[in-house]
Design a protein around this ligand. Sequence first.
Ligand SMILES: NC(=O)C1=CN([C@@H]2O[C@H](COP(=O)(O)OP(=O)(O)OC[C@H]3O[C@@H](n4cnc5c(N)ncnc54)[C@H](O)[C@@H]3O)[C@@H](O)[C@H]2O)C=CC1
Ligand SMILES: CC(=O)C(C)=O
Length: 259
Amino acid sequence: MSIEGKVALVTGAAQGIGRGIALRLAKDGADIALVDIKREALAAVAAEIEALGRKVTTFVADVGDRAQVRAAIDHTEKALGGFDIMINNAGIAQVKPIASVAPEDVERIFRINVQGVLWGIQAAADSFMAREQKGKIINACSIAGHDGFAFLGVYSATKFAVRALTQAAAKEYASKGITVNAYCPGVVGTDMWVEIDHLFAQITGAPEGATFRKYVEGIALGRAETPEDVASLVSYLSSPDSDYMTGQSILIDGGLVYR
Ligand SMILES: NC(=O)C1=CN([C@@H]2O[C@H](COP(=O)(O)OP(=O)(O)OC[C@H]3O[C@@H](n4cnc5c(N)ncnc54)[C@H](O)[C@@H]3O)[C@@H](O)[C@H]2O)C=CC1
Ligand SMILES: CC(=O)C(C)=O
C-alpha cells in the first residue's frame, strides 16, 4: 500500500541510513522533511529528492534539544502542508571499554540517542493529536538494542532504552491511532562503522578494517548491510501495510542476532 501524498520527517538525514530512508520514502510517494546538524549535506540530499519529483524541505536541528525538535516539526507542517510519519533516525556511536567510560561520555550519547528519540516521539505525537489524525513514529534501534556488545556498552544501553521507549509509547498512543515501532539494523557500511572500526583498532590493537570484517563474517547472508536494506523495512513500517503492528523493534541484520 502506498504513502503517496503523506509527509515524512527524517532526522539524521544528511547521510548514511537517514539519507537512504529519505530517498526510499520519496520513491514511495511521500514528501520529505530532512533534519540534521549538517546543513550542506542536507542540501545535497534535498537535491536528490527533488530530482525524484517530490516536495522536500530541510531544517537544521540538534535532536538532543527538545525545542529544536518541536521547531523542526512546526517547520515541516508549514513548508509541506502536513506531517504523517516521524523517523527518529539520528544517532551517534561510542566505543569504550566499560572501565574507562566517564560521566560526560554517558551524558553525550544519551542526550542524542535517547533524549533525541524521546523528544521526537513526544513532538510528533503532540502534532498528530493536535490535528486529530493518525500517525506513524519509527525509531532507530540496533542489534545493540537486543544484545549488549563489548566496547559498545553505553551505545548498547542507549539502544535498549530506545526499545523501551518504543514499547511504552506504543501503549500510550495506541488509542489515538498512533503506532510506534523501531528498526534494528546490524552492520551497515556507513560513516558510523568507519568510526567504530577505527576506534576498535585504537582500543584492541586490531588492524584497521579487521573489526568490520570480523562482524561481517558473522552475518548469515554473507555481506554487510546497506542503507537500502534498512530503508526497505522502514518503507513497510511507514505504509498502511503495517497498521496492525505497534511496539515492535524489528531486527534487520542479514542474520546476526536471533530473537
Ligand atoms: N551503521 C550501523 O551499522 C548502524 C546504525 N544504527 C543506527 O542508525 C542510525 C543512523 O546511523 P548511520 O546512518 O550509520 O550513522 P551516520 O553517522 O552515518 O549518520 C548519522 C547522521 O545523524 C546526524 N546527527 C548526529 N547527531 C545529531 C544530532 N544531535 N542532531 C541531528 N542530527 C544528528 C549526523 O550529522 C549524520 O548525518 C543511528 O541511530 C545508529 O545508531 C543502528 C544499527 C547499525
Ligand atoms: C552501529 C551498531 O549499532 C552496531 C551494533 O553495529
